[in-house]
Design a protein around this ligand. Sequence first.
Ligand SMILES: O=P(O)(O)OC[C@H]1O[C@H](O)[C@H](O)[C@@H](O)[C@@H]1O
Length: 296
Amino acid sequence: MPRPSVERIQLDELTCWQIRHADKELLISQQGAQILSYKENGRPLVWLSDQAAFKQGQPVRGGVPICWPWFANLEHNPEPVQTMHNQPSSATAHGFVRSLGWQLQGIETEGNGVRLDFVFDTRLHPQPDWPYAAQLHFQVRLDDRLHMALTTCNLSDTTLRYSQALHSYFAVSDIRQVKIEGLQGHSYLDCLDGWSRKHQTDEPVFSAETDRVYLDTPAAIAIIDDPWGRKINLLSSGSRSAVVWNPWTEKSLRLTQFAHNAWQGMLCIEHANAAEDFQALESGEQHTLSVSIWSS
Ligand SMILES: O=P(O)(O)OC[C@H]1O[C@H](O)[C@H](O)[C@@H](O)[C@@H]1O
């Protein structure tokens, strides 16, 4: 098999890397260590918006933004996560690391693939209202699958309590014709109904705006996309919660970098440590959230 090729490219204001390996193509930006897109055989598996803007200080719509050290609006987080911040009501949604520069530590070809390592040290980006020391390490590996691993190491003297998500956008044929395998029988918080707790009896399908945090989730989840004859397999560790999101028609009109009909061709399944699955690390402890993705 030919060796992977790695090319540094500039997309408007963002420095990115394009990795080609066998039939796979990965695009990742230094800002936010954000995977922007991932294709197999030229077909998108990780979705990137047609209206994506590549600007400094703005997360890109699509790919896999990293939400940390809180997921969603901080005020919707459990109190131990909220109290880490001095002003939860004014905190930016999804934390602050998705729109800041990460350091690329290295790109290595290894075995039958390639590995990129990014780090983010909160001490280099002081947050006056969130005064903690932590180091994040995001490792992306591409072999016959795409692997992501986000490690948080608590460098503070005190306990670090945080929520997080790998906010993955997936490309689907038609949201109205796909279903999710692995979540039936699980409880979820319905963010569109006051975060009330509900029970998922059957496999989730989509016929309206959906914004849910599934709880106590299994390691294996899949998107079944019959019109495209594709199953997207997701295998995680270090996570017991997953967010499922599609904005549908009305919310699409309010989203930035999002075409009005883009909801039809995307679905977010975001492996997380959200709600009661938030993490608490003692000084010096670390935790890794990882997800592997492949189609079959
Ligand atoms: O527009 P963003 O800040 O990137 O958030 C996009 C979406 O992220 C998550 O999936 C949330 O559950 C949604 O409520 C939110 O709309």
